[in-house]
Ligand binder design. Structure first.
Ligand code: SF4
Ligand code: SF4
Length: 139
């Protein structure tokens, strides 16, 4: 039997998926122990859940794949800050404002701006300065 691990997840729900019993199925079908410690889910608007899931790596992976079939965005760091890759123009304006280099130009040839959520400390600087509104916070 494989060893259990605990992972922190943040699930962003689009409007239409908020009412689905996703957590129930994570527990029932994927044998995961779920501990929800922050949530905002209403039928009228988008919502999010911040939770710990405990189970085997395999079951967690399967559970996350299941969640994604509902058009739910999964953020593994449990952070509230997201960068919308569709909206981001890679203008680079946010890069010097990011104190941890979570936002950085990783490739000097393409000049694409990458976002590493695990390095984000939620200082909100990018949200303030991004001219295109690509960065946002759930909280
Ligand atoms: S300032 Fe906004 S649009 Fe420009 S690179 Fe940063 S996140 Fe992308
Ligand atoms: S919130 Fe702060 S640390 Fe996180 S990506 Fe934006 S500027 Fe960087």
């Amino acid at each position: 039997m494989s060893e259990n691990v605990t992972k922190k997840l943040m699930l962003f729900f689009p409007k239409c998926e908020c009412e689905k019993p996703i957590i129930y199925y994570l527990v029932k079908n994927y044998d995961l122990i779920v501990n929800v410690f922050r949530a905002k889910v209403t039928p009228e608007e988008e919502g999010y859940l911040v939770l710990d899931v405990t189970g085997s790596e395999e079951d967690i992976t399967k559970g996350v794949e299941y969640v994604k079939t509902f058009n739910v965005t999964v953020n593994f760091s449990g952070k509230g800050v997201t960068r919308d890759a569709e909206t981001c123009t890679h203008c680079g304006y946010c890069v010097p404002y990011c104190p941890t280099e979570a936002l950085r130009i990783a490739d000097s040839d393409t000049r694409e701006v990458s976002y590493n959520e695990s390095e984000c400390i939620e200082c909100m600087a990018c949200i303030r300065v991004c001219p295109f509104g690509a960065c946002s916070s759930t909280f």
